[in-house]
Design a protein around this ligand. Structure first.
Ligand code: HEC
Length: 127
């Protein structure tokens, strides 16, 4: 029974593995994220991805190619559409919206992030 007692004295023994698997899971999450890109990530695309994941996924899907809880899929949106949505919550003339609504607010504070968003949303792999 001495071996049992001694093993009980070292509960931290298993912990490095737990830490390792958390780290591994974290990294696999990153790789998954990158694998939806069709091109190597540039600083501009990375910036757009960060903006999207921060300001858009409350309503849109974290994979922009898929519909979100509130907003539709937005991958491959044109620069004009993205700019009008962000600056004025409008659509280009003649454009048929994917969803009716008027739910999305304009976010003119993201003016300087439009270029990155355009780059990110148009760098995705087509499914
Ligand atoms: C508060 C929820 C919300 C947030 C936040 C939001 N959207 Fe939207 N978005 C919507 C909804 C809902 C629509 C559908 C039209 C409407 O109701 O305004 C939409 C429509 C769009 C469209 C037009 C899709 C189409 O082709 O018809 C684009 C592009 C878009 N959003 C991009 C973005 C980007 C980029 C961000 C982040 C900077 C963002 N949205 C943040 C809710 C949101």
């Amino acid at each position: 029974m001495a071996w049992l007692n001694s093993s009980c004295k070292f509960p931290p023994r298993g912990k490095p593995w737990a830490v390792f698997s958390f780290v591994a899971l974290g990294f696999s999450g990153c790789f998954q994220q990158e694998s939806i890109l069709a091109v190597p990530e540039t600083p501009l695309i990375a910036r757009g991805r960060a903006t999207y994941q921060t300001f858009c996924i409350a309503c849109h899907n974290s994979d922009p190619r898929k519909p979100g809880a509130v907003g539709p899929d937005v991958a491959f949106s044109t620069p004009q559409l993205i700019e009008l949505r962000i600056m004025e919550a409008k659509y280009p003339p003649g454009y048929t919206p994917k969803r009716p609504g008027g739910i999305m607010p304009a976010m003119p504070q993201l003016k300087d992030e439009i270029e990155g968003l355009v780059a990110y949303l148009n760098a995705l792999k087509r499914k």
